[in-house]
Write a protein that binds this ligand. Sequence first.
Ligand code: 5GP
Length: 238
Amino acid sequence: MEKLFERQGMLCVISGPSGSGKTSVCRTLFERGEWIYATSCTTRQPREGEVDGRDYHFLSEDEFMNRTLCGEFLEFAKVHGRYYGTLRSEVVGHLKAGRDVAVDIDVQGAALIRMCADPVVRGSIVDIIILPDGMDELRNRLAGRATETEEQLRVRLENAGAEMRQWTAYSYVIVSGSREEDVESVRTILTAERCRSSRLRPAEGADEEVAGARMRESLPEIEQTEIFTPPPGREPST
Ligand code: 5GP
């Protein structure tokens, strides 16, 4: 069937404190074909079971710094004492090709992406923060996954409050329930965001009468002025 519209991809910025379940939501939606998951770079050590190139690109600090100097990162930040960054190469080409990309990044990274000079990036952002239903819940989740030492756990919990207070900077806030509920909430947001008229442009060869409205809308519309013309005898008195 002939396509009426095309759109640029969305850059789905997913934040939330460690233990909020955001990484698992990102992975599930990647497996279901909803988006591409951009693999970040980090200088932290791999956890058991993590695979280089899939979970992260694990880099030494020197290599990370070299890449920052070469301008390879869309954003980078120090989180829990380690560096993390999003490679431009994992994001920009996909957006231009109309593919949606998810980045699982902290609140500093999200703020930097909102300030990005590239209009393709800025115009594509859909930012969502996933919050736990209280600090006790977060503590239980973090302790339950047993991937951190006592000290790492303490730092992550200490940073969680500061991250959560940034919720007003995001367009969407999800208070975490079960993993399936969180996945469904994000999927619902994606479905709505994909229909935003501001993201659409006429597809090549589409019916010009309908799809071309985006191009015509900046021109004065004769019909629109007629709608507001009062009927005879009802002209406003001057
Ligand atoms: P973890 O070590 O638990 O995998 O991630 C720690 C934190 O770093 C999480 O909040 C995660 O969202 C964030 N993070 C992961 N990748 C990036 C990135 O590329 N940039 C930024 N700014 N934060 C990231």
